[in-house]
Design a protein around this ligand. Structure first.
Ligand code: F6P
Length: 465
């Protein structure tokens, strides 16, 4: 088996050197993938330094070597806060209103991709499979090729791919997407994002696309693109769920609820997650059912994210204002209907919190996949499972809707739809909860991160160069 070299913006470094910690599902998923393959994980340390000597921090743990570089203040500003998170992220999440198109940040993005190529190249051996992740590093494969890499190089997009007419609002969009065709294999979370990518390649690049095989021919080069829905690390999550830490977390939350129904949401504090819209839905529910204010407690865990980006500061302020408004209007001296928490928790604690909550709310406005939805289901007691409320606009809905027999699929933009879904979940019989849980649990358990890795890497190894 070839060695696997993973390259992503963030790396889950063992015993992080004061790094804020890799958040989001990607870092956890890649950790699991690399443990199976052994190999190397290269990326940004999350640290800022002006050191340009190319110094790299190498660590080895659990059979995985991590290699990280620091970035300068300017690089972080233009590449991470700028082009990646103020241009591509909003645009790819259909928020063209929030996307900033600045030449300087675009140049910074290209410069840092070049720097990643320069630093990663000496680490890559001839037979390695190279797997690049996410929107921060779209041009990296092309840059590695320019430095002579002959390896099989794959790319995985963890976020949505926007419809063509949105993407064409990006200056130099052709250049960006053409660099993507330097990869041998490109993976998307869902058939929907894959379809949008094919459409762009056909209509904007004039490429020849075979949708059956996923082959894209363009300027004498062939790339294959397919959908590979990511899953959770089932075994690891269950082992976390069996710990005393998980049991203590479940007990702690249950005791604090004092026989009320707990409803939980766990999301990075990001506008794509639909948090203010979710609070509006809960406010509508309390308006329509004031008698239930004493029965239901909503716990929103929202660790802050990308705090140097203005749109993230705005969404946080909006969320705090809406939460404060509802709590001010609906609280009693002994009851606060919304618990809003800005800190992150371990997997064990989340398992316990999910199990203690009879409703899981996962209502992003747009999401590549959303692993919280799968973790919520994975943590449920099969004899008394909770109900998952899931946005129609999360990639996970394609797997968890189960023809109307799995998650309750909701429109996150409609407060009335959210309010109705909360009521349906609260009133649902045990039999129906069990049957919905049973419809979902097979895909959550079996379509796990190990299979995702295997499917992608097997295809990458088999793609003819
Ligand atoms: O999956 C999308 C993603 O952007 C990952 O690339 C990233 O690790 C995660 O969300 C969290 O975002 P950030 O690395 O900006 O904290």
């Amino acid at each position: 088996m070839s060695r696997l070299v993973v390259i992503s913006n963030r790396v889950a470094v063992p015993k992080a050197r004061g790094v804020a910690g890799a958040q989001g599902g990607l870092a956890g998923a890649l950790n699991a993938a690399l443990k199976d393959y052994g190999g190397l994980w290269f990326g940004w340390s999350g640290q800022e330094s002006e050191d340009r000597t190319g110094n790299m921090n190498l660590q080895r743990s659990d059979g995985v070597t991590t290699a990280t570089i620091d970035l300068s203040e300017r690089d972080i500003d233009e590449y991470y806060n700028g082009y990646a998170n103020s241009t591509l992220w909003p645009l790819f999440h259909y928020r063209i209103d929030l996307a900033e198109y600045e030449n300087e940040t675009g140049k910074g993005y290209e410069r840092v991709n070049e720097r990643f190529a320069e630093s990663a190249m000496p680490l890559i051996e001839e037979e390695d499979l190279v797997w690049v992740h996410d929107y921060h590093l779209i041009p990296l494969g092309d840059r590695l090729r320019a430095r002579g890499a002959k390896n099989r190089i794959g790319f995985f997009s963890h976020i949505p791919w926007p419809p063509t007419r949105l993407l064409t609002s990006l200056p130099f969009h052709e250049r960006l997407v053409e660099t993507m065709l330097a990869y041998d294999l490109i993976g998307f979370q869902t058939e929907e994002w894959l379809g949008s990518f094919f459409h762009y390649c056909e209509t904007e690049l004039g490429a020849e696309v075979d949708k059956e095989t996923g082959r894209i021919n363009h300027k004498g080069n062939t790339t294959v693109a397919r959908a590979y829905p990511i899953g959770i690390d089932w075994d690891h999550f269950q082992s976390q769920g069996a710990t005393d830490e998980a049991k203590a977390a479940e007990k702690r939350l249950l005791e604090s609820l004092r026989n009320r129904t707990g409803m939980i949401g766990v999301d990075r504090l990001d506008y794509s997650k639909g948090l203010p819209e979710r609070i509006d839905g809960i406010g509508r529910f309390f308006d329509q059912h004031p008698e239930r204010t004493r029965d239901l407690i909503f716990i929103q865990i929202a660790p802050p994210s990308r705090e140097d980006v203005e749109s993230y500061q705005q969404i946080r302020a909006e969320l705090e204002q809406k939460t404060g408004q509802i709590n001010g209007a609906r609280s009693q001296v002994d009851i606060v209907p919304i618990r809003y928490v800005n800190q992150g928790y371990s997997h064990a604690e989340l398992y316990g919190f999910f199990r203690a909550s009879k409703i899981g709310m996962v209502t992003p406005l747009r999401d590549g996949m959303n692993l919280v939805a799968k973790e919520y289901v994975a943590a449920q007691d099969p004899e008394d499972p909770g109900v998952l409320l899931l946005s129609d606009f999360a990639g996970a809905a394609l797997q968890l809707a189960c023809d109307g027999k799995g998650a309750l699929i909701v429109n996150p933009h409609s407060p009335d739809a959210l309010s109705r879904a909360i009521q349906t979940a609260l009133d649902m019989s045990l039999d129906e909860r069990k049957s919905r849980y049973e419809a979902m649990i097979g895909t959550v358990r079996d379509d796990n991160v190990q299979n995702w890795t295997k499917n992608f890497c097997d295809d990458l190894a088999g793609v003819s160069l």
